[in-house]
Design a protein around this ligand. Structure first.
Ligand code: ZN
Length: 473
């Protein structure tokens, strides 16, 4: 297209700006089965979503839906709304059609902003009205040249009460016109690395390396005095015995000490990397790498767990990553919140099962989220996580930290590089502001390619630790 044609084309796209579509009714009322699928797939164990007794005693007075499910209720499953003739006449349907016809056939979601005026309850019947808010000029992104399309959707219940609002931005782009990077930000896949040096294995240490291959972290134990040693010894320094067995460690421990080597640069260790000394629950210490975490986020005393993996090694090695912090059972008080406080980093292993289960739990049947062959045909190296799941995991991270009495008021996320299987997304966050019972938490989820998500969540916290605090009221 020349400049004139391009501007006509854009004007055509933008003709529908600000016009509302007709209401679209969710196919099912808010129900426990879909909530349970979502919570199972997201591993979100907040009891207000599934535990009738707990929920009835909570500030909600009964079961509520995870707020991040907002747009899942209206998803059409195998029948995407813009492919249906009755929707094609509407502004967003027309836009997608016009962009497809002009060669912008690929689509990726880039931003999602939710507002939650109230939590949805079982039986709520939602209807959604969308309007086209904006179409960008043609942009060059790492994925390809394309237009960002922004829609604003209002969700109302059976009494016409506004219960949710979503601003959603997608990129419609021409496949094959990008720089070959991953995601809108274009960080490319890590180059093939040289292999790690191999450990020297002796008769005395073979049990340790064999254990790793069998999925066990073993610690040498003296047969006579039962003392544990690591690294393995030839002769017990306590009792002089030369007879040893081993125990299997729980794999849990804490960071005793660590260092981030920067020079010389060993490519095989995939810099930046952290060498850590981990003290196991059993008491012995082990030299290892702390992984799935920015070097600057590693802390002495941090709870870690073993991750047996190869990571460009011919052998299975024991790496350590942060433990998922326990879900908070007592809701934090607003008065106890300090601006700048950090949330504990939380690794979320990304498996194909997680990507597929969460896509289906959010009724998103786009092939790139479950069909590897088709994803590859579309230029992606593998299936990748959908944006509803990213929203759900961000919400889970913050509510696990805040407790079940926290009210999510809004969630705003921007996607960067994709989450592919066999990676780990580590969530980190900090308190950005705290005012009049409202707390804003900034968060980030990063994987081996870079930032998968950045954004923020707004919460309302009680002044006292509701509901079981006796001092209340
Ligand atoms: Zn001994």
């Amino acid at each position: 297209m020349n400049e004139m044609e391009q501007s006509d084309f854009l004007a055509g796209l933008r003709a529908g700006k600000g016009k509302q579509g007709s209401p679209e009714t969710a196919r099912d009322p808010v129900n426990q089965a879909m909530i349970r699928h979502w919570c199972d797939a997201m591993e979100d164990h907040n009891p207000v979503y599934t535990d009738v007794e707990f929920a009835s005693r909570s500030i909600h007075g009964g079961i509520v839906a995870p707020p991040a499910m907002l747009n899942a209720w209206g998803m059409r499953g195998l029948e995407p709304s813009h492919s249906r003739p009755d929707r094609a006449r509407e502004s967003s349907g027309q836009i997608y059609g016009a962009l497809d016809a002009a060669g912008y056939t690929s689509v990726v979601a880039t931003n999602s902003e939710h507002e939650y005026p109230r939590y949805l309850r079982l039986g709520d019947e939602l209807s959604a009205v969308s309007l086209l808010e904006d179409v960008s000029d043609e942009k060059k992104t790492a994925l390809g040249v394309g237009h960002f399309v922004t829609t604003l959707t209002d969700y109302r219940d059976q009494h016409d009460e506004l219960v949710g609002r979503m601003r959603f931005r997608i990129l419609k782009f021409k496949p094959g016109t990008g720089a070959g990077g991953s995601g809108v930000d274009g960080e490319s896949s890590p180059a093939a690395k040289s292999a790690r040096p191999q450990p020297g294995i002796s008769r005395d240490t073979a049990f340790f390396w064999q254990g790793l291959e069998e999925g066990e972290l073993r610690v040498q134990q003296c047969d006579r005095c039962e003392i544990l040693h690591h690294p393995p010894m030839v002769r017990c320094p306590e009792c002089g015995s030369r007879e040893f067995g081993w125990i299997v460690s729980s794999g849990r421990g804490t960071v005793y000490s660590f260092v981030e080597p920067v020079h010389p640069n060993f490519a095989a260790f995939d810099p930046p990397y952290v060498v850590g000394l981990v003290e196991l629950e059993e008491g012995t210490r082990l030299l290892t790498n702390i992984v799935d975490l920015d070097p600057e986020s590693v802390r002495v005393g941090m709870p870690v767990e073993v991750n047996l993996a190869r990571r460009n090694s011919e052998r299975t090695l024991p790496f350590f990553r942060p433990q998922r912090p326990p879900r908070r059972e007592m809701t934090r008080k607003f008065s106890g919140i300090e601006v700048g406080a950090e949330l504990d980093p939380t690794p979320i292993p990304i498996s194909a099962t997680l990507i597929v289960a969460t896509a289906i739990a959010s009724r998103d049947y786009q092939d790139v989220h479950h069909d590897r062959e088709l994803a590859i045909q579309r230029g992606s190296p593998d299936i990748f996580m959908n944006i509803l799941t990213t929203s759900g995991l961000c919400a889970r991270y913050v509510t696990d930290w805040a407790g079940p009495g926290a009210l999510l008021k809004s969630l705003s996320i921007r996607l960067g590089v994709p989450n592919y299987p066999h990676d780990t997304m580590t969530m980190s966050g900090s308190v950005l502001s705290a005012e009049a019972g409202r707390v804003e938490v900034g968060l980030r989820g990063y994987n081996r390619l870079g930032n998968h998500v950045t954004g923020s969540v707004e919460l309302e916290l009680p002044e006292s630790e509701a509901p079981s605090n006796r001092d209340r009221g």
